[in-house]
Design a protein around this ligand. Structure first.
Ligand code: CTP
Ligand code: MG
Length: 237
């Protein structure tokens, strides 16, 4: 039984603003993607890391991985990504060797996830859960609205009970056969999902949530980069 990590890193990072693809932007002087690869490779359970690169930057990503120190035991593969995150994940799954039985899907945009969180996800999958998601309770109250035009007031439809809600993170861990089945099912019915576990839920397979970590937050907007730099500086102090 071997576990691989697939890192979707092919997004442009539109919400972060103009510049290089998000995964290639520097965090503490090192590309965000390198932090994410190290975060996966740090787990003893992960022996293969597949980076799904922006298609135009695949060669650059291969160079970067060669230039930065990574654990000796970690095997690395780079494949070009697709138009959507889902297609990028699929491209990563398609190159996994036959001895891989479980997989972690981890956003390059969550460069600072602690190894303990990664290990907890792997452990839950190895203990028999087909799909495992790290998540945290919400700080904000959430409203469901009737989406309107940008800038216009939107009618509230309801307020889900906050105590029952969780904000999900990555790495999400899966039995590989189950995740592949979910991707095949989506390819047939066409409906996309905003996370990998969401696709597995549609199969009717139980997904479980385990505690996530504050430092596994996603770098999405410029303020997230400020927070990421601060977290990194605190770790280095
Ligand atoms: N991703 C990907 N392929 C895509 C789109 C996204 O591999 N076609 C990856 C991103 O690189 C990122 C992760 O999926 O690591 C989470 O997506 P998100 O945070 O939305 O990143 P972007 O899509 O790059 O950002 P934005 O939506 O602001 O453009
Ligand atoms: Mg996106």
């Amino acid at each position: 039984h071997r576990t691989a990590a697939v890192i979707p890193a092919a997004g442009r990072g539109v919400r972060l603003g103009p510049g290089a693809p998000k995964a290639l932007r520097a965090l503490g002087g090192t590309p965000m993607l390198i932090h994410a690869v190290r975060a996966m490779a740090r787990s003893r359970a992960v022996s293969l890391v597949v980076v799904v690169a922006p298609p135009a930057e695949a060669a650059e990503v291969r160079l970067l991985l060669g230039e930065h120190a990574l654990p000796e035991r970690t095997e690395l593969l780079v494949v070009p990504g697709g138009e959507t995150r889902q297609e990028s994940v699929r491209a990563g799954l398609d190159v996994l060797p036959p001895d891989i039985t479980s997989v972690l899907i981890h956003d390059a945009a969550r460069p600072l996830v602690p190894v303990d969180t990664v290990d907890s996800v792997v452990e839950a999958v190895r203990d028999g859960a087909p799909a495992v998601v790290p998540a945290l309770p919400l700080a904000d109250t959430v409203k469901e609205v009737e989406p309107g035009k940008p800038g216009e007031p939107e009618p509230v439809l309801g307020t889900p009970e906050r105590a029952r809600l969780r904000a999900v993170q990555t790495p999400q861990g899966f039995d590989l056969a189950t995740l592949r089945q979910a991707h095949d099912a989506i390819a047939v019915d066409g409906e996309g999902a905003t996370d990998d576990a969401g696709m597995v839920e549609r199969l009717g397979v139980t997904v479980v949530v385990i505690p996530g970590h504050e430092e596994a937050f996603k770098v999405t907007r410029p303020l997230d980069l400020v927070l990421a730099e601060a977290v990194l500086a605190r770790r280095r102090a």
